[in-house]
Design a protein around this ligand. Structure first.
Ligand code: HEC
Length: 179
């Protein structure tokens, strides 16, 4: 091995040492902390979920939802109601009162139907958009004591579709609230 070869080998070796040294320094300077479990480096000092994240989002007002509602979709969403209600003109009462012309009808307004005391107690109110939306969302929460054994329709957009459909079941549909 001649002197030239030694020089080149020495240069290469010292370059390697410098690179390794820089790498170590960079490691100390830029990566002072390593995740306890690789790939799971979540900051534990911050709260994982912001306080508002889990809070339920309020439904859009029914008037806003009605502007986007579709009665035809509503008609398809009332399958479960048909176990207890009729929807056509002149339809009979079943387990529940007939629902033709229900929009803006007084609560407990069907002659001869055996309503609950809770429903009869609200007979001075009418089934307008807001009332229908609230009742269909969760009947028992909206009207404690109701005998309507239906869990509720959770989707706000779907309730608006159903309200739009119920409104159509009339000789002369009433105007719906607008945003
Ligand atoms: C298991 C039977 C049952 C199902 C399912 C049901 N209802 Fe009822 N519904 C009733 C009964 C019973 C009443 C009377 C409640 C009372 O007197 O407290 C009622 C009352 C109502 C009223 C008030 C009517 C009035 O004359 O005051 C509306 C509106 C209504 N239901 C709509 C619906 C819609 C829409 C659905 C489907 C999304 C539905 N119901 C599903 C049994 C049912």
């Amino acid at each position: 091995m001649d002197i030239e070869t030694n020089k080149i080998a020495g240069a290469a070796l010292s370059t390697l040492l410098v690179v390794m040294g820089l790498n170590m320094i960079a490691g100390i300077v830029f990566a002072p902390h390593k995740p306890a479990v690789p790939g799971y480096d979540l900051p534990s000092a911050e709260p994982v979920a912001a306080a508002g994240a889990a809070a339920p989002v309020a439904d859009e007002p029914i008037a806003v939802r009605l502007a986007k509602a579709d009665a035809a979709r509503g008609e398809k969403a009332i399958g479960a109601c048909k176990a207890c209600h009729t929807f056509e003109k002149g339809g009979a009462n079943k387990i529940g009162p007939h629902l033709y012309d229900v929009y803006a009808r007084p609560k407990a307004g069907v002659e001869g139907f055996a309503y609950s005391a809770a429903m009869k107690g609200k007979a001075s109110e009418k089934w307008e958009a807001e009332q229908l939306d609230g009742f269909l969302k969760n009947p028992k929460a909206y009207m404690p004591g109701t005998i309507m054994a239906y869990a509720g329709m959770s989707r706000p957009d779907q309730r608006a579709d159903v309200v739009a459909y119920l409104n159509k079941l009339a000789d002369a549909p009433k105007p719906l609230p607008t945003p």
